[in-house]
Design a protein around this ligand. Structure first.
Ligand code: SF4
Length: 394
């Protein structure tokens, strides 16, 4: 691994106008600078620079769609192979994480609450803690990570990384209330009454989008987000049909194979999968099969039924997994009358990330619907600054 990474770093041209950073990276990671420091044996400096720009650098180096982002834009890729930027970033961020010396401002005595410990919540909590705020994170699950822990399989993102983030966040003085949902016995007003000057909502998108066809409630049908939450409790059988062709569908298919299903087929509505090329290729390597132009019309106890040129056809399957995206599902949204939703059913915010309750901000999937991790981090970085301004002026 290390030899490979050093070789890759040596191939970087240190472009003066680096396309990898400017065109490719949603959070504008300074890739040539990272590589320069790495080659000059200043890896800790590189790691600190990466963390400051993107507290989830270690995670993004594993789960980002690099082929469409940094690596897809690397000038080296025009006539050959792009620099394997993700491996270099992962090597640096992973090896230095425990040793990072984060410069934390002295405590300013101001409390802020973060609801949801997914990518957006973790980013906000870390940035505000570094600015000297006293942060409490409220999380419905027993552990941090949100979609990173309960929606991305172990083989793509080891859960031990999230445990390491938990330790790092505790070191920053961040407090956690696990197994606790805001919107039940305690609501946002209770937080404001208790002196939290600002509240951040990053509760994600957990409600599976339905196909809206007959048979979705049958006992052989499961939604991707529920399955990925805890695949061990499902008995899918040998023959599995997957409806949907994004990254979540690939995650589900590869997880099902790892749990013993022998015949896993992804039924694609059109002619192309929407998953990243890498996830698609890995799914094929793992043995997942693909069928195209398959439009599902209903589900029966024996399997899905598709519309064909000559009528309808049932394709036998033990289980059907539906992976066509998620929308927010949260008690806060339904219980807080003053929180308004946008036309898509997501939480409405203004350009500063502020919801319709003053001092209450939101970002991530609960605002945008299910998007990428790096998109949630990039927006959350800006919103942490907006919350900071709000708390300093109100
Ligand atoms: Fe290096 Fe490629 Fe970025 Fe140029 S575009 S700085 S070669 S990683």
């Amino acid at each position: 691994m290390s030899v490979h990474v050093i070789d890759e770093a040596s191939r970087c041209l240190q472009c003066p106008n680096p396309r990898c950073r400017e065109n490719g990276c949603p959070i504008h990671t300074n890739i040539p600078e990272m590589i320069r420091l790495f080659k000059e044996n200043k890896m800790m400096e590189a790691a600190e620079m990466l963390f400051e720009n993107n507290p989830l650098s270690m995670i993004c180096s594993l789960v980002c769609n690099h082929e469409n982002q940094c690596e897809g834009n690397c000038v080296r890729g025009i006539k050959g192979d792009p620099i394997h930027i993700s491996s270099i970033e992962n090597y640096i961020s992973d090896s230095c994480f425990e040793r990072l010396e984060l410069k934390k401002a002295p405590s300013n005595g101001i409390k802020a609450a973060v609801i949801g410990a997914g990518p957006a919540g973790i980013t906000i909590a870390i940035i505000l803690a570094l600015k000297g705020y006293s942060i409490t994170v409220f999380e419905t699950h027993d552990k941090i990570g949100g979609i990173l822990r309960y929606g991305i399989p172990e083989f793509r993102l080891p859960k031990s990384i999230l445990d390491r983030y938990y330790v790092k966040m505790r070191e920053l003085g961040i407090k956690f209330r696990p197994n606790f949902s805001i919107g039940g016995s305690t609501n946002i007003q209770d937080l404001l009454n208790d002196g939290y000057k600002s509240v951040f909502i990053g509760t994600g998108a957990w409600r599976p989008r339905k196909l809206g066809i007959p048979g979705e409630t049958f006992g052989n049908v499961y939604y991707a987000i529920n399955y990925l939450n805890n695949p061990d409790v499902y008995d899918l059988g040998d023959k599995v049909a997957i409806i949907g062709a994004g990254n979540a569908a690939m995650d589900v298919a590869r997880t099902a194979i790892r749990h013993g299903s022998r015949d896993v087929t992804v039924y694609v509505r059109g002619q192309e999968v929407s998953a990243s090329k890498q996830e698609f290729e890995y799914a094929k390597v793992d043995g997942v099969k693909f069928e195209y132009n398959m439009s599902i019309v209903r589900i029966e106890d024996d399997g899905p039924v598709f519309k064909m040129e000559d009528g309808e056809k049932l394709i036998p399957a033990d289980s059907i997994l539906i992976a066509i995206s998620q929308v927010p599902q949260d008690r806060i949204i339904s219980k807080e009358k003053n929180l308004k939703l946008n036309e898509k059913g997501n939480l409405a915010t203004n350009e500063l990330g502020e919801t319709t309750i003053p001092g209450v901000f939101a970002s991530g999937d609960v605002v945008t619907g299910a998007k990428t991790v790096v998109a949630a981090v990039a927006v959350s970085k800006q919103i942490a600054e907006d919350m900071h301004k709000f708390m300093q002026t109100n």
